[in-house]
Design a protein. Structure first.
Length: 292
């Protein structure tokens, strides 16, 4: 019953399509879940070999980067698993197999799961795949999945380490309270704003960070090279103050006000120019389109 409801919701929100190869995992025991996962893996290999005309090594983990994606007519796979089956799928013996099949699917739907299981799914992806994860939720049961300060206590040689859950946590402020919003990194009012948050504001943030890093490296190299160059004149003695002769004037390298003032002025002008450019671009942005 719950799986049919989850499937209908996936179709209504266009997460699933009618031509997708859908597999439901609803086993109540670990043996049943293992059997259903093996059946889905066999079915997946047969469909991939038929569509892409390749031979897959069944002893190795499947990955799309090892398969040619020239066939754009491939409908893709979808995995739907219940909370009871997910409990067994996240066990030590089956979690890697579940991860392999999940990463080969276009969509994975977990229905009727606990907050701890949501966090375990995120942890499974983070610990085994070198990818960035984004967790989004609107209720208190999503806090453990999206909270950036949530951690597992891992003790090694009497030392405690924190393992973060998601790289990015987004909370939706809705009718289920503000617990998810208070625990998230970003907050949005509706789920539809996620597209603009990632493709527009995310791109702007990426550009700003790139410019900042270039400026930071340039400033660091320039400052360090000056220190090294003028150290030649003081014989690398590491003296605090050193009077040198430049253009027939005695200039104190560390005490002169011009060196301090110019650095602050340069940083201020750079930030003001970037802020003005961002506002000019924001005024030209069309609300009905994503201008990338």
């Amino acid at each position: 019953m719950f799986s049919e409801t989850a499937e209908n919701i996936g179709l209504s929100c266009r997460l699933l399509t009618d031509d997708m190869i859908l597999k439901k995992i609803e086993g109540d025991t670990e043996v049943d879940v293992r059997r259903e996962l093996d059946e889905f893996r066999t079915e997946m290999i047969e469909n991939i070999e038929e569509y892409f005309h390749v031979t897959i090594d069944k002893e190795k983990r499947m990955h799309w980067k090892d398969i040619s994606s020239a066939n754009n007519d491939f409908p893709g796979f979808c995995l739907l698993i219940t909370g009871g089956a997910l409990f067994h799928a996240l066990s030590e013996d089956l979690k890697l197999k579940f991860l392999e099949l999940s990463t080969m699917c276009k969509a994975v739907i977990c229905c009727r799961v606990t907050p701890l299981q949501k966090a375990q799914v995120v942890e499974l992806i983070m610990n085994n795949d070198n990818v960035a994860t984004l967790a989004i939720g609107d209720g208190a049961n999503d806090v453990s999945m999206i909270q950036s300060s949530c951690f597992f206590l891992l003790r090694i040689r009497k030392k405690t380490f924190r393992i973060l859950e998601a790289h990015i946590g987004i909370g939706i402020s809705g009718q289920e309270g503000r617990q998810a919003v208070l625990a998230s990194d970003f907050s949005i009012g509706q789920f539809q704003f996620l597209e603009r948050l990632l493709l527009v504001h995310g791109r702007w943030s990426y550009i700003r960070i790139g410019k900042f890093l270039k400026y930071f490296f340039y400033k660091t190299f320039a400052f360090t090279f000056c220190q090294f160059w003028f150290a030649i004149y003081c014989g690398f003695s590491a003296q605090v103050k050193r009077e040198i002769k430049i253009d027939e004037e005695n200039i104190s390298i560390l005490d002169n006000f011009r060196f301090i003032f110019c650095d602050n002025l340069q940083c201020s002008l750079y930030n003001i120019s970037c802020f003005s450019f961002r506002n000019s671009r924001s005024s030209q942005f069309d609300e009905n389109s994503l201008c990338l």
